[in-house]
Design a protein around this ligand. Structure first.
Ligand SMILES: [Ca+2]
Length: 99
């Protein structure tokens, strides 16, 4: 859990919340179908090819879906590539969380 170790408690709470929101089937995994809304929330066009690539890159244990650890790695990566404005991510997910 290298990525998780770099993540603050506050971020972990946010990621947990995001994960729970995105995991609509509540099976503890983000499936490719559930990843689409995650990418859309980050203002990324969730094309089937991009979703496939994202799963392939971050699905460490290759079960075809992202568990929470893999999701944290994904979010940490997205936060880094979306610098220099990491707050954008938080804002994106704040607006995503309308419930
Ligand atoms: Ca996996």
């Amino acid at each position: 859990m290298a990525a998780a170790a770099k993540t603050t408690g506050k971020q972990m709470k946010l990621y947990k919340k995001c994960f729970a929101m995105l995991d609509t089937s509540e099976d503890g995994f983000i499936s490719p179908a559930e990843l689409g809304p995650a990418l859309a929330a980050l203002s990324i066009d969730p094309t089937p090819g991009l979703i496939k690539d994202t799963i392939r890159v971050f699905d460490v244990d290759e079960n075809g879906k992202l568990d929470f650890d893999e999701f944290v790695t994904f979010m940490t990566h997205m936060k880094e590539v979306m610098s220099p404005e990491p707050r954008f991510l938080m804002e994106a997910f704040k607006s995503f969380d309308k419930s």
